[in-house]
Each structure stands twice: as C-alpha cells, then as structure tokens.
Design a protein around this ligand. Structure first.
Ligand SMILES: Cc1ncc(COP(=O)(O)O)c(C=O)c1O
Length: 381
C-alpha cells in the first residue's frame, strides 16, 4: 500500500510513538496529579505540554489545554468566548469544525458570520480579511493551512488586522501543527487549536487548545479533576479549569513521543523532504494537459497535492488509484464545503494526495505513473 492520505491522519507513526503507546499499557495509567503527587519534572502530561510549548513558541506550557482534537478545541474556543450579538469573520478555506459551530450559533440568532473569499489555490489575502471586518466583529477565525490545497495563510499579518479591530484571533492549526513553523508569541495568537494525529504523529483522540493568558473562555465541560474534590464548582486555574474527566493518557504519551520525534528530527529537515516530493509532483504532472492542479506553488505547506483528472469525477480517480494501484488518497469535499466554488470544483470536489516525512521518492513516482495511466482512460463524452 502507498499511503497518501496524511492530511486526514498520518501513517505510519514513528517507531518511537508506537513503542511509547505499547509501553503505556505495561503499567497502570494514572496521571500524577490524580494521585495527589505533583511531580512536574517527570509527569508525562506536563512534559508533553512543555514540548508543545517549545514547538509553538508558547511561554507558559500550562496555557495548553488537552482536548480530544481540533474539533473539541475549536468548539471550546467558539462556544466559550463572548461572541453573542456580534459578527465573526472566517475564510472560505475553513473546515466544518469551524463552520458548523459558528453556523449553529448564527442559526440560533446569536451571531452573524462573514466569509472571506480565497483565490483558486485556497490562499486568502489579509487585505480582504481587513475589508470584511465590521464594527461588531468579535472574532476572526482562520485555518492556518488549507486541508484541501495546502495553502498557508499569513497568520502574523491577519493577527494584526484582527487585533486592531479589537477582535479575538483564533487559529485552526490542524494541518500546520508539526508541518510548518508556528509562533504563538510573535504572531500574537489568542487561541490556537491543534490535533495530535496528523503531522504531530500522535494517535487519534488527542489534541489541544492554547489559550493566551488573560483570555478566559467558558469551559465546554465540567466535572471531576482528581484534585480539589471538595469544590462543588469547576476549579479555577490553568489548565484544570478546562480538563474535566480522566485524561487521554495514552494519547498524551503518543503526542509527547511524536513531538519529541519532530523536535529531534528537526522541522526544517521534515519540510525539506516534503518540499522535494512536492517539487517532483509539479515537475512531472504540472503541465500535463489532462490534469487540473489546485495546490499552490507558493504559500504552501508542501504537503498536499490537490488535483482532478479532466473528464473524471474525483471518486472515480480515487477508486482506480486504490483498486488498481493500491494507492490511498482522499477524494471529495474534504470537510471544506465553502472552498468548492473558488476552486471551480462543484459539486464533486477534488482528489487530494498528501505525503509525509515517511513517504519515499519511489512511492511518489509510482503515484505519478498511476495518475498518468488514469489520464489515458477513455472519458465519457
Ligand atoms: C483544517 C482542519 N480543521 C479541523 C480538523 C478536525 O480535526 P479533528 O478531527 O482531529 O478534531 C481537521 C481534520 O481533518 C482539519 O484538517
């Protein structure tokens, strides 16, 4: 099997991650603070926060809250902030985990949502976000990196625009975390949602939300914390205020091992490898007249090759890739329905091939060969 669906979930995981998760089952999984012992120096949960803080340039690791993934993190940010009565600006490249919570609030009459358009590669110009901001805009929510085309937005610039309007600035880093640099401090990000199972190499079911000091969304859930049990209300303080319930310790262990792998390998080296494969894809398929490519050559994570074969719907291409060549890609709308008209791919969407640090050049050439063969299939009139 050639796995080119890393934008959905990464495979394989580094051996270090596999080993760490397996080892976690050899003893009782009890988070240190739940035993009453606060041993921050060897508490894997705390260590994981510190490694994530290193990766995202966050000053205080305790400002990172663990969640089940980006979806929960984005729901916490969107539902927890005081947005009622105001407007929220988003972009056409948002994922349904941003669109749906906001559209639900809009349907309930609580907010209005403005969608800023993107170009045909999924890039959103900061100036257009500035133009969309209104007097009542309370938040700007943007996807750092399109999960469809791989386009990367200028977060530093958009942050300035959001803050000069007095709006919260929320970033969906699901695709960018572990794939490209993120700098919460220098980009002045208010809330950053990330998921563990993509480029951070963790397992599914773990992710988190960074919340800048001084910002206090309402918790999405309240309940047991293992400490301060005498309190009948959710304890204050970070991160416990947001972490009710038994934590996903195997998930956190996997995330720690994944981020350690990333930091030890070096993000630059990982990007370099993906860039090389991306270049090969464009060199070999870039001017093929039977293929339409939607991924950009600049402002990119170098991770997604998004395309269509002319005269075929994406599902057909995906089916042939899998059935005849054992190559796994993703086809369709990719949970980003607002993007379709801007790419000109209504109603079927696109084919997305997403490689990882573990994808080899040989695999990429096999994929290219398979796509070329598919372009030769006689098309419907
Ligand atoms: C851009 C983007 N946002 C949010 C999510 C949701 O992540 P999760 O399903 O891990 O919560 C994804 C995952 O596909 C994504 O690509």
């Amino acid at each position: 099997m050639i796995y080119l669906n890393n934008a959905a979930t990464s495979f394989p995981k580094p051996k270090e991650v596999q080993d760490a998760v397996m080892a976690s089952f050899s003893g009782p999984l009890v988070h240190a603070s739940r035993t009453g012992l606060e041993r921050e120096d060897d508490d894997i949960v705390y260590l994981c926060r510190t490694r994530l803080a290193d990766l995202f340039n966050i000053e205080d690791p305790l400002q990172i809250v663990f969640t089940s993934g980006s979806t929960e993190a984005l729901n916490l940010a969107i539902k927890g902030l005081p947005l009622e009565g105001g407007n929220v600006v988003i972009t056409a490249i948002e994922h349904n985990s941003v669109i749906r919570p906001l559209k639900t609030l809009e349907k309930e009459g609580k907010i209005t949502v403005t969608v800023v358009e993107c170009d045909r590669n999924g890039y959103v110009y900061p100036e257009q976000i500035a133009e969309a901001i209104r007097d009542d805009t309370r938040a700007v929510v943007v996807n750092h990196c399109s999960n469809v085309t791989g386009a990367v937005l200028n977060i530093a610039e958009i942050s300035k625009i959001a803050h000069s309007a007095g709006a919260y600035f929320i970033v969906d880093a699901s695709q960018s975390a572990g794939a490209i640099p993120i700098d919460c401090k220098n980009w002045d990000i208010d809330l950053l949602a990330f998921t563990g199972h993509k480029s951070l190499f963790g397992i599914q079911g773990i992710g988190g939300l960074y919340i800048k000091k001084g910002i206090e969304p309402k918790p999405l859930k309240v309940g047991g914390t293992g400490i301060l049990s005498e309190l009948l209300l959710q304890p204050e303080g970070m991160p416990i205020h947001y972490e009710a319930g038994t934590p996903n310790t195997p998930g956190i262990i996997s995330l720690y091992a994944g981020v350690q792998f990333l930091l030890q390998t070096g993000l630059d080296k990982i990007i370099e490898h993906k860039k090389k494969l991306y270049q090969i894809l464009f060199d070999e398929l870039g001017d093929n007249p039977d293929i339409e490519i939607y991924s950009p050559t600049e402002h990119t994570s170098y991770s997604n090759f998004c395309f269509n074969v002319k005269g075929m719907v994406p599902e057909e291409v995906g089916y042939v890739l899998e059935a005849s060549f054992d190559i796994w890609v993703r086809t369709g709308l990719h949970c980003a329905p607002l993007l379709l008209p801007y790419l000109g791919v209504e109603p079927w969407g696109t084919v997305r091939a997403s490689h990882s640090y573990f994808t080899t050049e040989e695999e990429i050439y096999k994929f290219i060969d398979a796509v070329r063969k598919i372009t030769l299939i006689p098309k419907r009139k």
